[in-house]
Write a protein that binds this ligand. Sequence first.
Ligand SMILES: Nc1ncnc2c1ncn2[C@@H]1O[C@H](COP(=O)(O)OP(=O)(O)OP(=O)(O)O)[C@@H](O)[C@H]1O
Ligand SMILES: [Mg+2]
Length: 397
Amino acid sequence: MQHSAALFFFLGGLVVLLILLILVFIFWKIIKPEKLKKSVGCTKGQQGSIDFFSGNLRTISYFDFHKLKKATKNFHHCNLLGRGGFGPVYRGKLEDGRLVAVKKLSLDKSQQGESEFLAEVRMITSIQHKNLVRLIGCCSDGAQRLLVYEYMKNRSLDLIVYGKSDQFLNWETRFQIILGIARGLQYLHEDSHLRIVHRDIKASNILLDDKFQPKIGDFGLARFFPEDQVYLSTNFAGTLGYTAPEYAIRGELSEKADIYSFGVLVLEIISCRKNTDLNLPSEMQYLPEYAWKLYERSSVIDLVDPKMRDDGFVEKDVLRGIHAAFLCLQPHANLRPPMSEIVAILTCKGEMIRTPMKPAFTDCRRRKDEKLSWDTISEAFPSPLKSDSPSLPQSSH
Ligand SMILES: Nc1ncnc2c1ncn2[C@@H]1O[C@H](COP(=O)(O)OP(=O)(O)OP(=O)(O)O)[C@@H](O)[C@H]1O
Ligand SMILES: [Mg+2]
């Protein structure tokens, strides 16, 4: 009798233990991941939730792949905004009506695991500035990796600068764009908690909101790809004109490479043309080279987009922008000022006593026998122009 009671309690205990173990298993394997996913912001696009991994307040959403598929109408080609080195970008409309840009990262290039991917997304999301495009979330589904950005109504600057859209920007708006990019870069290089070199500053990576406020896109993207593949991932020939000589030739990468690209971009914005156009007469083909030629002839103001000339602009402000661009295009990285100094020059708070030397630029005409050729790099530097040169203002106001 005593024996069978003990057996009864033993078996009963065993069954209860088993049930408890099954419940724990169900909780960890089925319920918890869902709850965690929701807590990282989730499929419903809710934001500002707690990140259970670090305990930090986050503004990132984790999107369900099917929701993104629906938002982009199954990644329909009519929603394709463009295709860059990292993969195609689609316009999407979320269930709550928000417009987003969904970037599908190319699978063959990114070999990251899910946790590494999420860690990088969290890192990038922590970098926020009014002149940087906001990454609002991501999706990782099997091998698929997608990034979800805020949608920028006026798309990218290349469409305007390269005449793909008939939008005209007056000088005030162009200046606002130049200054905004400079401030965004200053934040990435100097003020953010992470030091970020963008690597790919160019017109298509400058996005414009409904008020034509500029936001730098694609910063931190390099983190998703192995080092050697990042370099190949962008259309190198297309971006060659933006690439600093020390990066193109020796692979030396620093903030100064971004500063060089920014200088090229400023000249493009002022003149409304591509940095390289082999259809133009020989002396005009390379924008920095042509700008410098005009500068030497004291007629650098002729660089200005003819449409902007008709609309009117403040000459000394445009000359200030060109002066800043020349400083950014200096052949030696250490001669290029940091972005904070460029911002100060643009906003008339900085001295412009530094006289630029002849900029470095790529010369594709010589590329038949040489792979890459840089003017001014192997030449002796020309002596800096006299400070009484009439083309550019020499001191700040
Ligand atoms: N957040 C966004 N809002 C609106 N349009 C966007 C957004 N992000 C990208 N686009 C559009 O999608 C196009 C493709 O962008 P993507 O960044 O993939 O290519 P890219 O900038 O030309 O090249 P790269 O891969 O070297 O950056 C851009 O030119 C832009 O017009
Ligand atoms: Mg881009």
